[in-house]
Design a binder for this molecule. Structure first.
Ligand code: NDP
Ligand code: 8X3
Length: 251
């Protein structure tokens, strides 16, 4: 029987590319995000290949998440794979110049949102003693870079939560692992720089960044290992990147 994946942040970038590769490979989809028009469009496209259901919610709202999960029709009520992907950076400022709304957004979405979504889906995985959770971390969860302060803190928290989940859910046979990308060209920098497209595009100039499809391909590899294999923690960078601060740019 086909498996079903629940993907947060499916309207763009890594989440959208993951939905597309899963659809190509027969994994049914529950796609989540705030932008309904994009969810509708994806549903239209991917329904040609697999069963697709969409849920519109903000991961900051735990009641909304629970309501959305409770509303799933029977055909989508068994979730085999959870991709905790929704997230973003907001701003790139030295700590003393940081904007507290940006701090709230990053901690509320990247950390608490991931916990709220997991909390809504875990009971059924625990009951079945089966399931696979992939947390999308970052190289920013492995090292801190200048002005990355709170975004890096949020991704270090994802790293800790990934380890904690794996330890606590071990008794139930649930697989837990993280995929930690380096620089991937998505809407990430447009969000970070609040719609300043020129500044966003500059981040990826002069080298070959990862494409969202590169990460989606790896996520698909992770979820298609045999049941006894759990890929616990992966770091993936473009060849031109050696660390958060060392990128071999040609311009
Ligand atoms: P995008 O901006 O392209 O996608 C972010 C996704 O998250 C969108 O689908 C957005 O959907 C969703 N999202 C954001 N805020 C919320 C919210 N409050 N509630 C629900 N959904 C939300 O960025 P990426 O694809 O690059 O980012 C995906 C993940 O990958 C993030 O966790 C990011 O931190 C991580 N990452 C990205 C890297 C990169 O270089 N791009 C590198 C390392 C990690 P909508 O707006 O419709 O709600
Ligand atoms: C996204 C990668 O280097 O912009 O997590 O923080 S970086």
């Amino acid at each position: 029987m086909n498996r079903t994946a629940f993907i947060t942040g499916a309207t763009s970038g890594i989440g959208k590319a993951t939905a597309e590769i899963f659809a190509k490979n027969g994994i049914n989809l529950i796609l989540c995000g705030r932008r309904k028009n994009r969810l509708d469009q994806l549903q239209k496209e991917l329904s040609r290949a697999v069963k697709v259901f969409t849920l519109q919610f903000d991961v900051r709202d735990k009641e909304e998440i629970q309501k959305a999960v409770d509303s799933l029709p029977k055909a989508f009520s068994k979730i085999d794979i959870l991709i905790n992907n929704a997230g973003n950076a907001h701003g790139l400022d030295s700590i003393e110049e940081g904007n507290m709304e940006d701090w709230d957004a990053m901690l509320d979405i990247n950390v608490k949102g991931l916990l709220y979504v997991s909390n809504a889906i875990l009971p059924q995985m625990i009951e079945r003693e089966a399931g696979h959770i992939i947390n999308i971390g970052s190289t920013a969860g492995k090292e801190v870079y200048p002005k990355g302060n709170v975004y890096c803190a949020s991704k270090h928290a994802v790293d800790a939560i990934n380890q904690g989940m794996r330890i606590d859910l071990n008794q139930y046979g649930i697989r837990v692992g993280a995929v930690n990308p380096g620089l991937v060209e998505t809407e990430f920098s447009n969000v970070r720089f609040k719609g300043d497209d020129e500044r966003a595009n500059n981040v990826y100039k002069g080298f070959d960044p990862l494409k969202p499809e590169d990460i989606a391909d790896i996520i698909h590899f992770v979820v298609t290992r045999p049941n006894h294999v759990n890929i616990a923690d992966l770091v993936v960078m473009p060849t031109a990147q050696a660390s958060s601060t060392i990128v071999n740019k040609k311009v």
